[in-house]
Design a protein around this ligand. Structure first.
Ligand SMILES: [Zn+2]
Length: 402
């Protein structure tokens, strides 16, 4: 059976060991050693990585009390090798994992909320609690957990031979179906639970615990949290973003929120003013369009190409000038696309559905309508000016025959 040095010393980063077996595996070779400092995945904590005899350790797993190390090249059985742990990766996991114990303890102590799921990855860590928790409760638990961090309490692990031996311990969590010996991880004056993973030796190593997000999850709450260096990196990035915003607004960091709120309010007021001005301008444009209407037999025709008019504005304009026996056919180029609207008065004798088909064909667009209004859009406005001129000639001829 592999001697698991990490069980008793989570800070041991290297050892020498003897290769007991080397077996070809799917993505390399699986190595058995007489002892190891590399923790296989378990208790929610991912596998360690490192090197064994210079070979890269990609993953470790435990089976039947043995630790199988997946490495990228073969090693000789019987050889004595150096086993080196990737400490920065391990320490990061230990910071998050030990922080998880304290957070879970704080939520349990304050609100009887039980941890029912823990996920730890390279870029996130979450805990699922079995009940809804509101923002105030989360802040309270976060604050309590941090007081245990700052007291720099010892974290210890002990083994018990039977279930009987652990029955009377004040455990927060007791994993089901454990095989002896049962490993109990204790934080002095705080948490005690079954766990197989390596943890920080002192809670001060966690640095700080910060709850980033909370969402409702399966009737309970899933929180995302950061500890140690992850928390520092997060605050550095957030702080730098805030600084950038503060400079952009020529204000202090503390005033960014109100500066952004003011910008939003100002923008809303400007949009309202813009719509008012648009309506006002539309009245002048409409008057000019009516003035420029061409006669086609007994009917009148207005055709015009605009630029940058939204579809709604184009529709309002077309409807405001289409009276009696007048047909208005208005186009607008917008972001490379071509919008068009056909509007006519009540006394206009030609069906718009037929006319809009002609526009669709000429512009390679799609559109339809009936009664006194039809609308459409072409994906490309290329050559729109020529197309509109040709359509105007066609419509004049067509309306003369009506
Ligand atoms: Zn643990």
């Amino acid at each position: 059976m592999t001697q698991k040095l990490y069980d008793n010393d989570s800070h041991q980063t290297e050892t020498t060991a003897v290769v007991r077996a080397c077996v070809p595996a799917k993505d390399g070779f699986e190595i058995l050693l007489d002892r190891t400092v590399l923790f296989p995945e378990g208790g929610g904590q991912p596998s360690d990585t490192g090197t064994i005899g210079g070979a890269r350790v990609l993953h470790c797993r435990e089976e039947g009390g043995e630790v199988y190390h997946l490495v990228d090249r073969a090693l000789s059985e019987g050889e004595e090798v150096a086993v080196l742990l990737d400490w920065s990766r391990r320490f990061d996991f230990m910071q998050q994992h030990t922080g998880e114990h304290l957070l879970s303890f704080a939520f349990y102590k304050l609100f009887s909320a039980a941890n029912v799921g823990f996920h730890l990855a390279l870029d996130y860590a979450t805990i699922d609690f079995d009940r809804p928790l509101d923002h105030t409760q989360i802040l309270e638990a976060e604050a309590l957990a941090n007081t245990y961090v700052w007291r720099n309490l010892p974290v210890t692990a002990a083994f018990y031979e039977t279930e009987e031996d652990v029955r009377d311990l004040p455990l927060r969590k007791h994993a089901e179906g454990l095989t002896a010996p049962i490993r109990i991880v204790s934080i002095e004056d705080a948490d005690m639970c079954t766990c197989c993973a390596p943890h920080c030796k002192l809670t001060g190593e966690i640095g700080s615990i910060f709850v980033l997000d909370a969402i409702s999850y399966k009737g309970g709450t899933r929180i995302t949290f950061l500890c140690g260096e992850r928390a520092l990196k997060h605050f550095r990035a957030a702080h730098d973003s805030l600084d950038t915003l503060a400079r952009r607004f020529s204000t202090a960091r503390e005033s960014v929120v109100s500066a952004v709120a003011k910008l939003g309010d100002d923008y809303g007021a400007l949009k309202r003013r813009e719509r008012e001005l648009e309506r006002e301008l539309n009245r002048y444009i409409a008057a000019e369009l009516v003035e420029s209407a061409q006669t086609a037999g007994k009917l009148r025709l207005i055709v015009r190409l605009f630029s940058g008019f939204e579809a709604d504005r184009l529709k309002d304009l077309a409807q405001s000038v289409a009276e009696g026996k007048t047909l208005a056919v208005l186009f607008s180029e917008n972001d490379g696309k071509l919008n068009y609207v056909l509007a006519c008065g009540d006394a206009f004798p030609v069906e718009l559905s037929g006319l809009v088909q002609a526009v669709n064909t000429a512009t390679n667009g799609k559109g339809g309508g009936r009664g006194t209004l039809a609308q459409g859009m072409a994906k490309s406005a290329a050559g729109a000016a020529d197309t509109v001129e040709q359509l105007k000639d066609y419509l004049i001829r067509r309306l003369r025959q009506a």
